[in-house]
Design a protein around this ligand. Sequence first.
Ligand code: COI
Length: 391
Amino acid sequence: MPSDIRYADLIVKRSDHLQAKPSLDPLGLKFGALYTDHMLQVSWKEGSGWTAPSIDPVAPMTLHPCAQVLHYGSCCFEGMKAYKDKDQHLRLFRPDMNMDRLSRSAACLTLPEFDKVELLECIKELVRVERDWVPAKEGFSLYIRPTIIGTHPFLGLSPTREAMLFVVLSPVGPYFPGGLNPIKLFVETEVVRAYPGGVGDKKVGGNYAPTMLPQLRSTQRGCSQALYVLQDGHPGGGIVGESGAMNIFFLFQQEGTMELVTPPLNGLILPGVTRDTILTIARDFGNMKVSERQLRFGEIEDAAKTGRLLEVFGTGTACAVQPVTGLLKNDNTEITIPFDSEAAAHWLAKLPGMALAQPGTDEPFSLCGRLTRILLDYQYGKVESPWSVPI
Ligand code: COI
């Protein structure tokens, strides 16, 4: 029996009952609600290591009611996407970053280590098996959810002795029901998402379960998601973190130039693959300041009051790049960030490599719009890059 995950041992059992493929209507394709026919699974036991990985028809799993994951949340996961390019070839985007992060997340929960290269090969095979489920349309993709859970039936607190790794796939369009239309965020100051010494920079289930209540509060207040702002009594306002499913970026007009700011990777922020990509692209423009620095909410309020807050957007694998036009506070006051086309024409005109206006209009691109365009060109293989990995 192998002791690590090995692609060479992969067993593929195809389903006899394939479902009909979905239509690509963004209104009909709700994010994360539809699953493909097959999944990858492999289990692990202390002492004997990983079993042979297998691709099987998707089916309910059997877990002992005392399995660790059901009581103590020993679960970590990833979000990746497979894209179909114009030649119908399948591609992943920076998958090595997901494998690295999954490994770090697993380690902090004592879930088992695995060979990242071999797991990625198994995932590629799963996507090949499900290639007909990968939508061939920009803005649509096959969402890949690798997950590791602690399955050891034991109610005492102890490091994991049995685990399971599985990967499910879901054809998706835009994350938010309104597509790329700008959203509003609710400024959440009561629930703390991450704290020093915690696991806010890991992708573990336990980081997400406590965000369901703020998510409910946000939708009740007409917002799509919560933006976590950590209160520490500082007169400059709380520390801006991230939102439910996105890292957050702010574009300021500042001292004759622009500054794009996102909170730093200080242990409280998920190191997003899209976050890193957007930072790299923006730095490559070479003519705006790009900062990973602490941001207090007061700075955002001041910039909005004085017209220096040009744009706000979120980034993530699920949502890609999502424009934000409003930040609603608990006292019902709202910071609005209307898109200022004059400012865009003035400040963004000098960015290289793109038409100044959106196709078919004389409306200037926002920075968010330009970054989205460039990101999509990489993801759908329109631009050759080591980031876009053929399957
Ligand atoms: C992703 O962007 O892949 C995520 O995991 C966020 C999730 C809450 C949908």
